[in-house]
Design a protein around this ligand. Structure first.
Ligand SMILES: [Zn+2]
Ligand SMILES: [Zn+2]
Length: 99
């Protein structure tokens, strides 16, 4: 199929993860308890409201168990989906601002 289109999509995804991570670093907070990954590797854990992963886990594309409390409290899938689309909207805005 269309290989170029696929490659572009991945590139954009990587870029967006970097942007989201830098957003968390700038506007997020340092949690009282870092996530397991950051704790194990002695990294600076940063989390932001509405995000499902900390900045480190986001950049490293690993699952994060220290996600902000509101996300963890959102037990049902619908609520989580809402938060993920919020994340996406924020990203769109950040990408727009960059231009
Ligand atoms: Zn972390
Ligand atoms: Zn994490």
């Amino acid at each position: 199929m269309n290989r170029i289109a696929k490659a572009r999509k991945t590139e954009r995804k990587v870029l967006s993860e970097k942007i989201l991570a830098s957003y968390i670093i700038n506007f997020g907070t340092t949690p009282t308890m870092p996530c397991a990954n950051c704790f194990r590797h002695q990294r600076k854990c940063r989390m932001a409201e509405g995000f499902s992963r900390c900045s480190e886990c986001l950049t490293r594309k690993v699952s994060c168990d220290g996600a902000d409390v509101s996300y963890r409290l959102a037990k049902n899938i619908e609520e989580r989906k809402k938060m993920e689309s919020e994340e996406q909207r924020l990203l769109e805005r950040l990408l727009f601002l960059k231009k």
